[in-house]
Design a protein around this ligand. Structure first.
Ligand code: TRP
Length: 404
């Protein structure tokens, strides 16, 4: 049965998506949710308070929106701090800048000095990172894509029927599509991302491609606790899909906290499908973060431009050098910006002294063995059920279940 959206009645368009009967039933939770500050997808996309006119604008741009009117996006945090985040929306530019400044000052006052890696991703940084993903040396993205594409059916079987699939970081990528295509009777797909822009794009393209799956985007910082949206139909269980080896960027206590939070979010019977970068010979690891064309160096140095622009900093980009070395004791790549000389830098009102060869750490990227990661996850009750890897064992995708 196809239920026609009344907005489409008005415009005389034919619905393109199959809108399931359950949408036609009033859902008290939904209207309550709206009153509690849930926003409609149209508003998120347009940064608009009037969702009807936002939808009209989108329609004028030729976007197909059937079904999306029903989807609400919960804006959970006060923090606008993710990849591509630009400080627009509810928080406004001011709150974003204040937090950016606090984070930067805190990092530069610490010993060793550090800068939060999330600030690598302004617009230019996001573009540079996309370029990194295509580099010969940077095998991670390509290898994970290939593993998921090759074993998508096995992964979907492992996840099981009737799932609410929650993806950390919203991907309208081939990975997500490959998985959604093969899941048995999926109930809902919940992309979680700090960037409204990314979320909006993901939700739109996936809703068009998968009209039978309810798309329920959540705008949140997934390192903080958030709750799952309510789907129209009850899922049998939830599973988190966490690709990209992003878990490797957390230090052990934070990685554990993250896994614990995932376990709590999914609850009993839940699952986790996660990508991890594997330990391997140092040369291959270090090459991945020191590419010949210098894209990674440019990406790393870009954080200084970002700080100069947004926080009235005076970093001299050419007084710093990109460094990425493997620490065999900690099993991680340590990425930093190294001061070429003794120098003083200012950020806003504050000044900092940097010694020659002093490093400012911008990112750690931990490398695991399958067993090592499995025992970490076991600490929070996640049991390894299956793992998939590539021929060269560069990267692995693991499936965990929450049994108890
Ligand atoms: N999550 C990516 C990784 O650990 C991030 C990354 C790749 C990165 N190259 C970088 C971060 C260079 C800082 C600098 O692989």
């Amino acid at each position: 049965m196809e239920v026609t959206d009344h907005l489409d009645d008005r415009s005389g368009e034919r619905p393109v998506g199959q809108i399931r009967p359950c949408y036609s039933r009033p859902n008290p939770l939904r209207s309550e949710a709206c009153q509690k500050g849930y926003l409609r997808l149209g508003e998120i996309l347009m940064g608009h308070s009037d969702s009807a006119s936002a939808l009209a604008k989108l329609r004028a741009q030729g976007l197909r929106l059937n079904g999306l009117r029903h989807q609400e996006l919960r804006y959970t945090g006060q923090r606008v701090n993710g990849r591509g985040a630009n400080g627009h929306g509810k928080n406004g530019q001011g709150a974003f800048k204040a937090e950016f400044l606090t984070d930067v000052l805190t990092g530069l006052q610490a010993s060793p000095k550090s800068l939060p890696s999330k600030y690598l991703y302004d617009e230019r940084g996001s573009r540079l990172f996309d370029e990194i993903c295509l580099l010969d040396e940077y095998y991670l993205t390509r290898t994970e894509d290939q593993i998921i594409k090759q074993y998508a059916q096995e992964m979907a079987d492992q996840i099981g029927p009737g799932v609410m699939l929650v993806e950390y970081g919203s991907g309208s990528s081939t990975k997500t599509t490959a998985l959604l295509n093969r899941l048995a009777e999926p109930i809902a797909y919940v992309p979680v991302d700090i960037s409204r822009e990314h979320l909006g794009r993901t939700a739109l393209s996936l809703a068009a491609a998968f009209p039978q799956i309810e798309i329920l985007p959540v705008c949140a910082d997934f390192t903080q606790a958030f709750s799952l949206p309510v789907s129209s139909r009850l899922p049998t269980h939830s599973a988190v899909f966490f690709p990209g080896s992003t878990i490797g960027n957390f230090q052990r206590p934070a990685a554990l906290a993250m896994l614990e939070q995932i376990a709590q979010l999914c609850g009993r019977g839940g699952g986790l499908l996660i990508g991890i970068d594997l330990q391997k010979e140092v040369l291959a690891l270090e090459s991945a973060y020191n590419d010949a064309r210098g894209v990674t160096a440019e990406f790393n140095l870009n954080i200084l431009r970002h700080i100069n622009r947004e926080l009235a900093g005076n970093f001299e980009k050419n007084q710093f050098e990109h460094r990425a070395v493997y620490d065999g004791d900690e099993n991680r790549i340590e990425i930093s910006l190294v001061s070429c000389c003794q120098q003083q830098v200012a950020v806003g009102e504050e000044t900092f002294l940097l010694e020659e060869d002093e490093a400012i750490i911008t990112e750690y990227s931990h490398k695991y063995t399958i067993e090592g990661f499995a025992s970490l996850a076991a600490e929070v009750g996640l049991t390894l059920r299956r793992s998939w890897t590539d021929d060269k064992q560069l990267f692995a995708v693991l499936h965990f279940a929450l049994l108890s």
